[in-house]
Design a protein around this ligand. Structure first.
Ligand code: MF3
Ligand code: CO
Ligand code: CO
Length: 296
């Protein structure tokens, strides 16, 4: 822990209390005070996590996944998304955690979870409309536990749905799992978009490019951006990176429009269905670990 009278971490030569106080130094101690960690921080703004940080993010991710599964089990015809929101809020409270979505961004997100129905791509706001047979719903939950973030989402199909809706649900799940399957040190961020775009196109679906996945762990949205569409981000993955993959896959065109009035709800321009699944991931020495282990 840095003392107020210590030299500032920014190397200005001034005391911390006269300089960046109370902003604390980004932790780069232990094994990760390495050339690689410094390079990733400087070159890309990416924070490689210490074992202590990883343990914290793992705990937050486990909690987010548990709350997500319980909330999904509640999603049935006749239930409102506001009821799901209240339930998830209560589970956070009981666990001593904070739902990261509440009050996030500008305008401040008004609820604790995102509930994105049918043609809503992401960032749907819970409301009082009951779910009905045939709906496809994404529930997205980010939990803050002891300052660490875990971010995940999954789809729920209400009863039986149409062939088109079921297809986006299945294709987006496959896109996520196929992307996860290639993760290991040395793989480029751009290869994630290649895998997802190839699979979606092969199944007649499009990949949303207005929103991307992201670093996560000590903050909600950290560098790098991780696009799901084809891209030129040639950053090699390295051990200790934590980020999400959360492909948004549309049955029709990829074009997505954010609601002008609420500033959040993102819908497909052609009103055709969209689906999304999300995990928080850690790059390990030879692959990856899923830090939000919900099961389908
Ligand atoms: N959880 C979303 C993501 O996957 C972000 C939601 S931001 C909110 O990154 F404000 F809408 F909650
Ligand atoms: Co996310
Ligand atoms: Co999310």
């Amino acid at each position: 822990m840095i003392d107020r009278n210590d030299p500032c971490w920014c190397k200005s030569g001034q005391k911390w209390k006269k300089c960046h106080y109370p902003k604390e130094p980004i932790q780069t101690t232990g094994e990760l005070n390495s050339t690689l960690a410094r390079t990733y921080r400087k070159k890309y703004g990416i924070l490689l996590k210490t074992p202590e940080q990883i343990a914290g993010i793992r705990a937050a991710g486990n909690l987010a996944a548990q709350i997500l599964e319980k909330t999904c089990q509640m999603a049935k015809a006749g239930v409102t998304t506001n009821q799901l929101n209240a339930f998830a809020e209560k589970l956070h409270q009981e666990a001593g955690a904070i739902p990261a979505c509440l009050g996030y961004g500008d305008p401040p997100f008004p609820k604790s979870i995102c509930t994105s129905l049918n043609e809503v791509v992401c960032h749907g706001i819970p409301d009082d409309k009951p779910l009905i047979e045939g709906d496809i719903l994404n529930i997205d939950i980010t939990s803050i536990l002891q300052g660490y973030y875990g971010d995940c989402s999954r789809m729920v199909v209400i009863g039986k749905t149409t062939e088109e809706k079921q297809r986006v649900v299945d294709v987006s799940y496959e896109c996520l799992m196929r992307a996860i399957a290639i993760l290991k040190p040395g793989v480029l961020v751009s290869q994630i978009g290649d895998v997802i775009e190839d699979y979606a196109a092969k199944h007649g679906c499009s990949v949303v490019n207005l929103f991307v996945a992201h670093g996560v762990g000590v903050d909600f949205h950290e560098p790098p951006q991780v696009p799901h569409h084809r891209n030129q981000i040639h950053i090699p993955l390295v051990e200790g990176m934590t980020f999400t993959i959360e492909p948004m896959i549309n049955a029709g065109i990829r074009t997505t429009i954010v609601d002008y009035d609420d500033g959040w709800t993102a819908r497909t321009a052609d009103k055709k269905p969209s689906a999304q699944w999300e995990h928080t991931l850690l790059i390990t020495s030879n692959g990856c670990e899923i830090l939000t282990p919900w099961v389908k």
